[in-house]
Ligand binder design. Structure first.
Ligand code: HGY
Ligand code: MN
Ligand code: MN
Length: 405
């Protein structure tokens, strides 16, 4: 069976490692994750790798180097987790294609002269806990121990969930890799956008991964009876919130290289006949240009305080998450562009509006990314799809890249 069909079959199988419901829901350090790791370990062994789980819950397949660069490692990988009711390709496809690219690259040519690893990171989406990228950040040394205390909606701490899964929270700090020992990192990922479909290309190379920040805006007004409190003088917390949400879209629409989204919102007391007293909502800003993101944020902060005061409300803005934009390594990108041109006749490069494990690995080593065409450009939904033919191309390009390293 050809590599693309094997990939499709494996992804159909592992998609069953999910909570019930539409699409795939596989959160970190759960039974579904444990089942998935059994499949992934099989893929790694099939590619001739030894398999282990590291202290941060990353499943690692490894082939030792046999030559002059045996002490250095090239890493491939992506994340095993999904969003709720997400697709069966986001993240996990990168793990499957990496295992097959390693198998294809070295089955023909024999052992690499450098070591090769494939990583299946536990948590990139940050759905279960309000943090993400624990695995790659522990390797890069940018892991912050305070995240271990964060809790999920069942009040389970990340630390306990990780320990219960077989990780060792107390030794995560020792996972930091020496950058001299790491040749680089390649992540293959479904594009999650429409460009490759428009270009009618199976595979593209990534120029940069956007920077991202998440803020929580909380507005404090004054509640009261919806029927008896006069409209004049109300301190309705939802009014400035609504203005901020609308301003976010109005301003972001004017900018080519920036996306801003208010994805969550809560209202207290939250009754039809009570004036909203406390409104809390998220403001996420993304851009491949950190300076553009900063100036957008400062405009929104000024605007938010202004409309809050106009309504007589108190307002707080807390940045809860941030990661900088990361450029892909130009040297590796050229390799990949050549491999794309040789395999599919031409290559296209594009920035990534989604973040990836590669964003964190960039703090450790040079990064490279390949995108695989995404049907309709839709992702984070059950309809997410990549064809076996396109995955076949990606495996061949990655194998060619590994052999040329
Ligand atoms: O949010 C993202 O871009 C990624 O899917 N976690
Ligand atoms: Mn995702
Ligand atoms: Mn992803």
């Amino acid at each position: 069976m050809d590599a693309g069909l094997i990939a499709s079959k494996r992804l159909e199988e592992i998609a069953k490692c999910s909570l019930p419901g539409d699409g795939v829901t596989r959160l970190p350090f759960t039974d579904e994750h444990k089942q998935a790791n059994t499949h992934i370990a099989g893929w790694m062994k099939q590619a001739g790798m030894t398999v282990r789980l590291d202290a941060a819950g990353t499943l690692i397949g490894r082939i030792e180097g046999q030559g002059a660069r045996a002490s250095r490692t090239f890493i491939l990988g992506s994340h095993q987790d999904s969003v709720r009711n997400g697709g069966m390709f986001d993240g996990i496809m990168g793990v499957a294609l990496a295992c097959q690219a390693v198998e294809q690259a070295f089955a023909e040519k024999g052992e690499p002269d450098f070591a090769v690893e494939v990583h299946a990171y536990a948590d990139e989406e940050g759905v279960r806990f309000p943090t993400a990228l624990l695995g790659p950040r522990s390797l890069a040394g940018s892991f912050d121990a305070h995240v271990l205390k964060m809790r999920d909606t069942e009040n389970v701490s990340l630390e306990d969930a990780l320990e219960g899964f077989g990780g060792k929270p107390e030794t995560i700090h020792s996972l930091k890799r020496n950058p001299d020992d790491v040749l680089g990192y390649l992540e293959m990922h479904i594009e999650q956008g429409p460009v490759l479909e428009q270009e009618n290309l199976a595979v593209g190379t990534v120029t940069a991964i956007c920077g991202i920040e998440r803020n929580t805006i909380t507005i404090h007004g004054k509640t009261g009876h919806a029927g008896t409190v006069p409209m004049q003088g109300r301190r309705d917390a939802l009014v400035p919130a609504a203005r901020i949400v609308a301003e976010t879209q109005d301003q972001a629409r004017k900018l080519e290289n920036l996306r801003a989204t208010c994805g969550t919102l809560s209202i207290l007391p939250g009754a039809v006949n009570q004036i909203p007293e406390t409104v809390s909502f998220s403001l996420e800003i993304r851009s491949p240009d950190d300076a553009a993101r900063d100036s957008f944020r400062s405009h929104m902060v000024d605007y938010a305080h202004r409309v809050g005061e106009e309504q007589g409300c108190r307002l707080t803005i807390e940045k809860t998450y941030e990661q900088p934009a990361q450029d892909c390594d130009p040297h590796y990108r050229r390799f990949l562009e050549d491999a794309c041109s040789m395999t599919q006749g031409r290559s296209v490069s594009l920035p990534s509006g989604a973040t990836h494990d590669a964003s964190a690995m960039a703090e450790l080593c040079p990064i490279a990314m390949l995108f695989v065409r995404c049907r309709g450009g839709v992702s984070h939904v059950p309809e997410e799809f990549a064809s076996s033919e396109d995955m076949e191309q990606a495996i061949a390009i990655a194998a060619r890249f590994l052999r040329a390293l």
